[in-house]
Write a protein that binds this ligand. Structure first.
Ligand code: DGT
Ligand code: CA
Ligand code: CA
Length: 570
């Protein structure tokens, strides 16, 4: 994918900010700032330039040139990942407050240990800011105004990141003496694409021992609140975790309550009331007698409902459907037969096609589609006709050596600004599968962007629209597009849309999935893997598909290769 100069510059500035917050070497910080300015003001798109050309620009050495290239093609910089791990999202949020630059954010941290907006608010309200050297009352007032305006929001955490943090935390908790049941609840369990905080529900023989283990966990920065049955901690990376310890006979109702959503809970409580019962986190009661609540299953059953999977608990009609025994059989990772969006080191991936195929096979798949970039993505070393033709021969040879596994010949072809494709039909029509994607001109007005996509789909060789909104969660908004028109257009032409399983993409989202399902349009769930482990992102895509009520039949890649190929035929 191709990233605009402005976006690359913003990333470079972010690195400079984070380095500055960490009080890194000022020459290093300055180098990133200078590079950001240069790239931002540069006449040509850096995505079209080679390393060596960038290297020649004033103040940009080979190392920085390499990083710019990576950013310009939508790649991740390990340095940025590392900085983001070290500097908490809370601190990053502070940078957005008017009057606070990286130097002052660093000072706030040094002087008062401030690393979240909440703590800053506290300190400002207590009049502690103006004493910090270089702050003064004027700045204190300015900051307080900005905070009061409510414009400063804490970013939500990606589900994949939350998982990396919550799973080890829960494992640690299980080692407390007397643990009986424990689960991560909240939006995490409902598999929302981002979470505000983590909620954990536990049943144990001794509350005391669980609380002790929880609050002394090594990643805890601060115990915000601790009582006999509940505690809240803030982890070093800024994420909050709420813990509730409940008696075993209340575990199911507590798990249900803290899984939410709030709207779903309210509906459940209404149903209880209609039956003359009382429902809360302690159980379902008739008068003073508890009649359910040890398990969630028993709770739903007693309310006259089928068990509702957490992903559906959003008060989007799931309760009526559960009452009428018409819940969907949600798609699961087990249903997935193959991955239809996979890159290799022929372009910007990190493994060979043989390695990617072996890794897919090890996951129990029957096929993968090799979808490297097309020539337009110069710096991703996109394929031209000749190289694609050579890759197709290589795939034939690889397939000859594989038994019971198919490597599909495919491409992720760029949809150019006018809706034409980046490679000629003559070669595209020889492929098993063509996925098309937008990697440039995200700024087109909605009508133009929509028509650009529909025009691309007019081509008989076009099969699947990849990452259909182009968004990156917390980083880049979706481009303007009439999704309903695109979906209808796909249906009419016999093409499909992709749900991209990269944790920061996850487009299509849950609502889009429901829209597609309502029209009878099938979706592909694909990982866009650039390395073997990324094939494992499939489950994040499946999570969103489940939130969108999709069943196996609604998903393209839940069937063996022959069925798949006949569905793809236009
Ligand atoms: P988040 O953390 O913003 O991603 O979203 P949730 O859904 O995890 O929300 P959170 O952490 O505030 O609360 C966890 C669950 O607890 C929520 O999904 C439902 C339940 N809950 C919280 N507050 C209320 C409330 O005022 N009424 C009801 N009925 N349930 C609540
Ligand atoms: Ca939560
Ligand atoms: Ca919470």
């Amino acid at each position: 994918m191709q990233v605009s100069n402005a976006e690359v510059a913003a990333e470079l500035d972010k690195i400079a900010d984070l380095l500055d917050v960490e009080a890194a070497n000022r020459f290093r910080v300055r180098a990133y700032r200078r590079a950001a300015r240069l790239v931002g003001a540069f006449g040509r798109s850096v995505a079209d330039m080679r390393d060596e050309e960038l290297d020649e620009l004033p103040g940009i050495g080979p190392d920085l040139a390499g990083k710019i290239v990576t950013l310009a093609h939508g790649g991740h910089l390990p340095l940025l990942d590392e900085l983001e791990r070290e500097v908490s999202p809370g601190v990053t949020a502070l940078l957005a407050i008017p009057g606070l630059g990286p130097k002052r954010v660093h000072q706030l941290h040094e002087a008062l240990g401030i690393d979240t907006v909440a703590r800053l608010t506290e300190a400002a309200n207590a009049g502690k800011l103006h004493d910090i050297p270089g702050f003064g009352r004027g700045l204190e007032t300015k900051i307080m105004r900005a905070l009061a305006s409510g414009a400063v929001a804490q970013p939500r955490t990606l589900l994949s990141k939350a998982e990396q943090i919550a799973v080890p935390l829960l494992q640690n908790l299980w080692q407390a003496e007397g643990m009986k049941q424990a689960e991560i609840a909240g939006s995490y369990r409902r598999r929302r694409e981002t979470v505000g905080d983590i909620d954990i529900v536990v049943a144990a023989a001794s509350n005391q021992k669980v609380m002790q283990r929880f609050t002394s966990y090594e990643a805890v920065a601060e115990v915000v609140e601790r009582g006999p049955t509940r505690a809240t901690v803030r982890l070093r990376n800024g994420l909050q975790v709420d813990l509730r310890v409940v008696p075993e006979e209340s575990y199911g109702s507590a798990l249900c309550y803290f899984t939410g959503s709030k709207a779903h809970n309210i509906k459940l409580r209404q149903i209880a009331v209609e039956q003359g019962l009382k429902l809360n986190e302690y159980g379902l009661h008739k008068g003073v007698r508890q009649i359910a609540g040890r398990t969630e299953e028993e709770l739903y059953e007693r309310l006259g409902l089928r068990y509702i999977p957490p992903e559906l608990r959003e008060d989007q009609g799931e309760i009526n459907v559960a009452r009428e025994n018409r819940l969907p059989q949600l798609v699961s990772v087990k249903d997935i037969w193959g991955d239809l969006h996979v890159h290799t080191n022929a372009t910007d991936g990190r493994a060979s096609m043989r390695e990617m195929a072996a890794a897919a096979r090890a996951r129990g798949y029957g096929y993968i589609a090799i979808t490297d970039h097309s020539r337009r993505l110069g710096m991703a070393h996109g394929l031209d006709v000749k190289r694609l033709a050579r890759q197709m021969e290589e795939i034939d040879r690889l397939n000859d050596s594989l038994n019971g596994f198919t490597v599909l010949k495919a491409i992720e072809v760029d949809i150019l600004e006018d809706g034409t494709l980046d490679l000629p039909d003559t070669i595209l029509s020889k492929l098993d599968l063509v996925i098309g994607a937008i990697h440039s001109r995200f700024d087109l007005p909605q009508v133009k962007q929509t028509e650009r996509i529909l025009r691309a789909m007019d081509k008989r060789c076009f099969n699947i629209l990849a990452h259909p909104t182009g968004r990156l969660i917390n980083q880049r908004p979706a481009y303007a597009v009439d999704m309903e028109r695109v979906m209808r257009g796909a249906l009419e032409r016999g093409c499909f849309l992709e749900l991209n399983a990269q944790p920061e993409r996850l487009d299509l989202n849950d609502a889009h999935c429901r829209l597609a399902k309502s029209m009878g349009l099938k979706l592909a769930i694909s990982t866009d893997a650039h390395a073997e482990p990324e094939l494992g992102f499939m489950r994040f895509g499946v999570d969103q598909a489940r939130r969108g009520w999709l069943e196996a039949a609604d998903v393209l890649n839940t069937r063996p290769v022959n069925e798949l190929l006949s569905l793809l035929r236009r």
